[in-house]
Ligand binder design. Structure first.
Ligand code: GTP
Length: 359
């Protein structure tokens, strides 16, 4: 039987702006390749042979990069929503490309999640209980920032609860589902639908078997800059294994065509993209340099993302900073605590300084 997957990749990725202005979130390079490549490689390794991408925002970028999918050992198709249809609408919109029979399982994944859980075991759990849909759930230490998903003793989902101050459980929806094919056909057609807010709660209310599959393997939603940096570092160091990592796991990853000065330091799972330049005495710690970025001598770049072709002058300090593409930061700037520079921004030499002003 063909095992199929649907990937939801149509979101605007607003929390990751300005990086997502030019590149949709699932196509941002994480540890050297698009985030989506890590997911597709995992799907192929789990036995998926046919995957359909539900696209909307910057739809052409996906097909331009992955083509027919053969390089990953997959058959890939693309379906584009003219107007975003949300998660449920996006799944329904690809239904006519699926080949699974009405009772067969179809994997459905959010395109921005990095997960080390066992897709095969999740599928096995779905089949074992004869569920309509089986959701991967993860346990977090503090669920207040998420909707939570309580289960009964048999692992059935009993409710989908919105964010609250005192969550009744620390289990949250991890964004990877096994749908029974017929459920996909039952989602209303041609209008926005949220699976989280509409489809799943309605199934629970109707008494359908909505199963929770709890596996607390590595899991991270890469939707924010902080999570993006963490996810990239965890891939580079091998904390979360990926068949798509373009090099051995280690303290850093340097892609072909990058020039890194011998007396610079790369630490904490940093990733240095194609054609990047890191000059003498620079220290790149737990950061992502996208293709063509350049870091001047003696600069410190920590927990930051530097966009494509952006240049950072000598003696700068970047901490928790996000630079879009083609930014120019003059020498001696200090960019701290979540600062974001939009594509093409230019900062003159020494324009932003903190610590020296306090001295
Ligand atoms: P933010 O704007 O930062 O919240 O990011 P996002 O737009 O990606 O939204 P969110 O993280 O909630 O989306 C979860 C997943 O669903 C992501 O993989 C999105 O690409 C995808 N997604 C969200 N909305 C749509 C949509 O309307 N259509 C499709 N096809 N996918 C969507």
């Amino acid at each position: 039987m063909t095992l199929e997957a649907v990937l939801l990749v149509g979101g605007q990725g607003t929390r990751l702006r300005p990086l997502t202005i030019a590149t949709p979130k699932p196509m941002l390079a994480v540890a050297g390749v698009p985030l989506l490549t890590h997911q597709l490689a995992r799907l192929a390794a789990a036995g998926v042979t046919h995957a359909v991408l539900g696209t909307s925002y910057q739809a052409h970028v996906f097909a331009d990069h992955f083509g027919d999918g053969s390089a990953l050992g997959l058959e890939l198709e693309y379906v584009t929503e003219a107007d975003p249809l949300g998660t449920g609408g996006g799944i329904r919109n690809v239904a006519d490309r699926l080949r699974a029979g009405p009772d067969d399982p179809v994997l459905v994944l959010n395109g921005d999640v990095l997960s080390g859980h066992s897709l095969r075991t999740q599928l096995a759990e779905h089949r074992r209980v004869g569920a309509t849909v089986t959701l991967h759930l993860v346990e977090v230490t503090d669920a207040r920032a998420f909707g939570c998903v309580p289960l009964d003793a048999d692992g059935r989902v009993t409710a989908f609860l919105e964010k609250m101050d005192a969550p009744v459980t620390n289990l949250i929806n991890a964004g990877c589902y096994v749908f029974t094919r017929r459920l996909i056909d039952d989602i209303p057609c041609g209008r926005p639908v949220s699976v989280e807010r509409e489809t799943f709660p309605a199934l629970v209310a109707a008494g359908a078997r909505v199963q929770g599959y709890v596996e607390s393997a590595y899991w991270l939603d890469l939707g924010t800059p902080a999570a993006f940096v963490t996810g990239s570092a965890d891939l580079v160091t091998g904390k979360v294994p990926s068949p798509a990592l373009p090099g051995p796991a280690g303290d850093y990853l340097v892609l072909p065509g990058a020039a890194v000065a011998a007396d610079s330091a790369l630490t904490g799972g940093s990733s240095v993209g194609r054609g990047c330049r890191v000059e003498e005495g620079a220290w790149i710690d737990r950061s992502v340099l996208l293709d063509g970025a350049a870091i001047g001598g003696g600069s410190l770049v920590r927990s930051s993302i530097v966009g494509r072709r952006s240049t950072v002058g000598d003696g700068c300090v970047l901490t928790d900073a996000v630079l879009g593409d083609d930014v120019i930061v003059g020498a001696g700037n200090e960019l701290l605590a979540g600062i974001r520079l939009f594509p093409g921004a230019v900062l003159d030499e020494g324009a932003v300084r903190f610590s020296s002003d306090l001295a």
